[in-house]
Design a protein around this ligand. Structure first.
Ligand code: DAH
Length: 338
């Protein structure tokens, strides 16, 4: 009897090693170890074994099962290795891997992110508004008269039906005041559109960052201090900043802000980076009328606003002479910032 088990075991191990694929291996497993398999048949014979021989018989059965299982495991591994080898046949695994080209941030994104980071630290929250705007949000509510040149068809992209591509991010000032109550302290980075001819300093799509602070006691000194601090945080503690009186319909008084740019070996130059001013009471009045409450009543609140050219900031930061480099997607240019 025990001899018979040994024979079954030997046959099974031989049958399993002869398997050439998963299918024939599974057939062999079922034939030897299955419920109706050879080993099951042999173990049924235990009832005819004399009692004193039963332990030896049981041990032989266990040994056979272990041997067959080991043969199955070995064969499975062998077949897997074979399949692996086949799948990489003809491929030289010792070749060095192809270099992965790492992406990097666009210089405009780097500068924008830094500007946001500095201003958020100063308490400004991010705000947003649509790029396709109404004349009301882009001009009327910002105290811009009908005959203002910015409203001209020659300067602005209009859609049929009177909507337009916003000419500045200042429209977000209006959108924000419609939906919140003072104190308001927001920044709104985003694209603006003008019908400008393309040259080294103009693109019809450009990027601005708008700021608005409205509260009960906002003064011109707050505006000056905030923007000076911001520009020095951007460009270095010793950066010289100058406020030049200017005119904007939505602020009074209004200023343009210049930063002194010093490039080694060149005469220092003042570069305009932003417009700003104290929010004109006429803007608050039109918001008050629109809202029908006195949250922004010019008797109760004052505020300042500013709008900077983000492309300008990037050009100053990196000494870029032609704004077109920012949109040409030439990787020889862009990889310098990665
Ligand atoms: N919107 C102006 C422009 O695009 C820039 C500007 C000036 C924004 C003064 C302001 C401001 O918020 O107060 O030229």
């Amino acid at each position: 009897m025990i001899d018979n088990i040994q024979k079954i075991s030997d046959q099974a191990v031989a049958g399993i090693s002869a398997a050439t694929d998963e299918r024939s291996l599974e057939d062999a497993r079922v034939a030897f170890l299955g419920k109706k398999g050879t080993l099951a048949g042999a173990s049924a014979g235990i009832k005819d074994v004399p009692n004193e021989d039963k332990p030896a018989f049981g041990a032989a059965l266990n040994q056979a099962r272990t041997a067959i299982n080991a043969a199955l495991d070995a064969k499975t591994l062998e077949l897997q290795n074979l399949a692996d080898q086949k799948s990489v046949a003809g491929i030289d695994l010792t070749l060095p891997a192809r270099e992965l080209a790492a992406g990097g941030l666009h210089p405009l994104t780097i500068v924008k992110d830094r500007a946001i980071q500095i201003l958020r630290r100063m308490g400004f929250a991010l705000a947003d508004g649509p790029e396709i705007e109404t004349e009301y949000h882009c001009f009327d509510a910002l105290n811009t008269p009908d005959d203002h040149p910015a409203r001209n068809e020659k300067d602005t992209f209009y859609f049929d039906g009177g909507k337009l591509l916003r000419t500045h991010t200042s429209s977000v000032q209006i959108r924000t005041m419609e939906n919140s109550t003072p104190p308001v302290r927001i920044i709104a980075p985003g694209s603006a559109y003008r019908r400008d001819d393309v040259d080294a300093t103009h693109l019809p799509v450009f990027n601005q960052l708008e700021g608005l602070y409205v509260d009960t006691d906002v003064k011109l000194g707050d505006l000056k201090g905030t923007l000076e601090y911001f520009l020095q945080a951007m460009f270095g503690d010793n950066t010289e900043v100058r406020f030049r009186p200017h005119f904007f319909p939505f602020t009074e008084p209004s200023f343009e802000i210049d930063v002194k740019l010093t490039i080694a070996g060149q005469e220092p130059k003042w570069i305009e980076v932003a417009g700003c001013g104290m929010v004109d009471p006429a803007v608050f009045s039109s918001i008050a009328t629109q809202r029908g409450d006195d949250a922004f009543d010019p008797e109760n609140v004052t505020g300042y606003a500013f709008g900077m050219g983000l492309d300008r900031l990037a050009m100053i930061q990196y000494g870029i002479k032609d704004i077109r480099a920012l949109i040409e997607n030439d990787t020889r240019f862009l990889s310098q910032f990665a």
